[in-house]
Design a protein around this ligand. Structure first.
Ligand code: ZN
Length: 493
């Protein structure tokens, strides 16, 4: 951004709506899967027929408590549900059931890692339960709008942050962290593009150093990381331009137009919302006992930050290694399944496993654009490889070759058989006499370089090591190669 924007500080809070992976909807027995054919997962309750009564889904309460515990929230023992009026055709009963004054979880926090590796704490104001609306489809016909009610009553939690973020990058990192926690807890599939997570961003700007907040605007329905970043950037610029022009920012809900990367006011009809919350008369007060909270805590899947810290402690990984491996739950699970099958459970072998995983496995995932669930080498054969490297049977450089050749083997038993053959083929040569023979032949074949080395070009040492390793097909033990090279070159000096 050019200099006029540098004197402004953006203040950003996010509201994330996450769909819960419960089997059934929030207040009826319909399946919560909205991928089914249109209007097939519906019943009188979620269609809002007269005389029906909602019944709260217990699994949904437990899932919301999971998120509350993982983000260090307080859990409220007594909560009321509220109706929020909703005047659009995609929710036939005309209101959403939500929580208003008494959200189930409140006063939490998450830590995000910033670009400079420092940690910033972002407050969580509240997490409450609500139900989703359906979907209006406008693009089948010019004259008609079609409605799919499958999504009506699908359970959501809304996670509202404090306005603690000061750049689009921080908002991106926060959203990534929320998604990571949700997926780790097994309560959301993390798929923004399919709408199982959506985000509203509240943004204001103020002059740096000011303590008073500027007037905020709210951008609705951002459904990808890229749109969150681009929309926030565009809105910061729009607000700063207004202030620079001597005008005032006024409260509006905004939409983001990805095509031209701008934000604009929603049409006034859509903006004139009057939710008129009132207590939901069809549901009794929800009481969550401390025993229920403790039960959820006992089975709470390990959240990502805790897992990363455990990896540092248990496997002696660096912070960067641990964060990279635990960035996604399936990656962390795969890595742990390698280390579980190691014969030698010591720091050196853990480190070797981490190297194989971070360098070789990740390279294949990137090159083939696949995720770990479709990676075909078994954790068992990678554990064998790590054991062999750690014991010195295979050198670290030959392990790259072994890994690459292993990729040709299909199933686990074929991989294990091939590994046996490769281990013999690449067995590290540590016998001094064998290596010395190779060293001598390399020196006699490269007389010019030997002369140059003798006359002071010591950096040629690397050249000789390379030649010897090449001649031994990567099998020579590099430590012994170094010792023998120095010995033979010194003799000739
Ligand atoms: Zn239903």
């Amino acid at each position: 951004m050019s200099s006029i924007y540098e004197k402004y500080e953006p203040v950003i809070g996010l509201e994330v709506h996450a769909q819960m992976k419960t089997k059934t909807k929030a207040f009826c027995g319909c399946p919560a899967d909205f991928h089914a054919p249109p209007n097939s997962n519906v019943c009188p309750v979620c269609l809002g027929h007269p005389g029906v009564l909602p019944v709260l889904n217990k699994e949904l309460i437990d899932f919301a408590i999971r998120m509350g515990l993982a983000t260090k929230c307080s859990i409220r023992e007594n909560t009321l549900f509220a109706r929020k009026n909703y005047f659009y055709p995609d929710l036939s009963k005309g209101y959403q059931i939500t929580q208003f004054e008494t959200p189930l979880c409140y006063d939490g926090l998450v830590n995000i890692r910033l670009k400079d590796r420092s940690v910033k704490r972002i407050g969580i104001t509240r997490i409450h339960i609500e139900e989703d609306a359906g979907k209006s489809i406008h693009d089948f016909s010019d004259d008609d709008t079609l409605v799919d009610f499958n999504r009506c009553g699908v359970p959501l939690i809304e996670i509202v942050s404090e306005p603690d973020m000061n750049s689009s990058d921080e908002a991106h990192r926060y959203l990534y962290k929320i998604r990571q926690i949700l997926v780790y807890l097994g309560i959301n599939d993390g798929n923004l593009e399919e709408g199982s997570m959506r985000c509203d961003a509240n943004i204001s700007v103020r002059l740096k150093g000011d303590s008073k907040l500027g007037t905020r605007t709210e951008i609705k329905n951002l459904n990808s990381f890229k749109n969150v970043v681009d929309a926030i950037e565009a809105e910061i610029k729009r607000q700063a331009d207004l202030i620079e022009a001597g005008e005032k920012v006024s409260y509006h809900t905004m939409t983001y137009n990805a095509k031209d990367k701008t934000t604009s006011h929603t049409r006034s009809k859509e903006e004139a919302h009057d939710y008129r919350y009132f207590p939901e008369p069809d549901l009794v007060r929800l009481h969550v006992s401390s025993e229920q909270i403790e039960k959820v805590r006992e089975i709470l899947p390990e959240p990502p930050d805790e897992r990363s810290e455990r990896f540092i402690f248990q496997y002696s990984l660096t912070e960067t290694e641990a964060e990279e491996i635990t960035s996604e739950k399936p990656l962390a699970d795969f890595f742990e399944s390698i280390v579980d099958q190691l014969k030698k459970k010591d720091d050196k072998t853990f480190k070797t496993s981490a190297n194989i995983f971070r360098v070789d496995v990740k390279r294949v995932l990137n090159e083939e654009k696949i995720d770990i669930s479709t990676f075909h080498l078994s954790p068992a054969v990678l554990a064998n490889l790590a054991d062999s490297v750690s014991e010195g049977t295979i050198s670290a450089s030959a392990s790259r070759e072994v890994f690459t050749e292993l990729l040709a083997a299909k199933d686990a038993s074929e991989q294990s058989k091939l590994f046996g053959e490769l281990e013999n083929k690449y067995r590290q040569v540590s016998g001094e006499s064998e290596i010395e023979e190779i060293v001598k032949s390399v020196l006699s074949e490269n007389k010019d370089e030997v002369e140059r080395y003798k006359s002071g070009e010591k950096k040629l040492a690397g050249f000789f090591v390379g030649k010897v390793m090449q001649a031994s097909k990567g099998k020579a033990n590099p430590k012994i190669v170094n010792e023998l090279l120095i010995k033979n070159l010194e003799v000739k000096l």
